[in-house]
Ligand binder design. Structure first.
Ligand SMILES: NC(=O)c1ccc[n+]([C@@H]2O[C@H](COP(=O)([O-])OP(=O)(O)OC[C@H]3O[C@@H](n4cnc5c(N)ncnc54)[C@H](O)[C@@H]3O)[C@@H](O)[C@H]2O)c1
Length: 267
């Protein structure tokens, strides 16, 4: 799918990977790009950037963990543009904590990293199914395929998010709905850089695991993956190798993860 002429929604579009996707989609000639985020001020700036290159940029405040707000977002976009071609469920939260993360943090991980995708699918699928066409892009993480040592709520919720996307792909692909999951490793955004600045062990392992990409490189990989209509979009191609090794020999893979974690802790 090419984004030229399409109506696109990007949650978490005010910063980082989401903002880079918005700018790239606008540069590629998207008709409308909706920037949905908790951060109104940044969302307005990013929407204005989309406007400047000829897309209709629209900023909307939305807490993706609240189903009513996701439903209102979708209704407002359908009223304005008449359709949503691509819904990028991208907002996410990280914690840098293990089993001792507060129950409220586990709940937040579940709401924002998992249920937000469910809320988006519930809200947007009826109009897509009625047209027999639509595309859902879910930003998950390499942590959803492998693991994120140092962040248990993030790892568990991102695994669930990948599982939900697989389920959607099996259930809806033959009804004209395309699904992709975006699973990067480290990307230079506030989420990761903030964690590195505070010495968060999860962020240190991510930084030790491989190259940190710029958000714009991730947006390039997204456009390439959407174009190919590929389920698994891996801006760090080595993640496919790690996934294969995990499947082939889980014990060996776990030992490797323990070594990487120890190395990052000593760095
Ligand atoms: N940065 C990385 O290394 C990395 C790696 C793999 C996956 N990811 C995933 O990429 C996605 C984007 O993260 P990022 O790195 O760009 O982080 P970021 O912190 O730069 O941006 C996240 C955006 O999501 C918004 N957001 C958070 N909670 C929200 C909510 N409840 N409702 C609406 N908006 C909300 C924030 O306001 C922010 O604008 C996340 O799902 C993250 O888990 C990031």
């Amino acid at each position: 799918m090419k984004v030229h002429g399409r109506v696109v929604v990007v949650t978490g579009g005010a910063n980082g990977i989401g903002a880079a996707m918005v700018r790239r989609f606008a540069a590629d000639g998207a008709l409308g790009v909706v920037v949905a985020d908790l951060d109104d001020a940044k969302a307005s700036e990013v929407a204005a950037d989309a406007d400047r290159v000829g897309s209709q940029g629209l900023a909307m405040r939305c807490d993706v963990g609240d189903e009513d707000q996701v439903r209102s977002l979708v209704t407002a976009v359908l009223e304005r543009f008449g359709r949503i071609d691509l819904f990028c469920s991208n907002a996410g939260v990280a914690f840098g904590k293990g089993v001792d993360a507060a129950t409220e943090e586990w709940d937040l991980a579940w709401r924002v990293n998992v249920m937000a995708h469910v809320f988006a699918a519930r809200a947007v699928l009826p109009s897509m199914l009625a047209r027999g066409a639509g595309y859902l892009l879910h930003t998950c993480s390499a942590a959803g395929l492998l693991t994120s040592p140092g962040d248990a709520p993030y790892t568990v919720s991102k695994h669930a998010a990948v599982a939900f996307a697989e389920w959607l792909a099996v259930t809806y692909r033959d009804k004209g709905i395309l699904i992709s999951v975006l699973c990067p490793q480290g990307v230079r955004t506030d989420m990761l850089l903030g964690g590195l600045a505070s010495g968060d062990p999860a962020a240190r392992v991510v930084a030790a695991a491989g190259e940190l990409l710029e958000p714009e490189q991730v947006a390039d990989a997204v456009v390439e993956g959407l174009d190919a209509e590929r389920f698994l979009i891996l801006p760090h191609p080595e993640v496919a190798t790690y996934l294969r090794r995990k499947a082939e020999d889980p014990d060996r893979w776990l030992a490797g993860m323990r070594r990487l974690t120890a190395r990052a802790a000593g760095a």
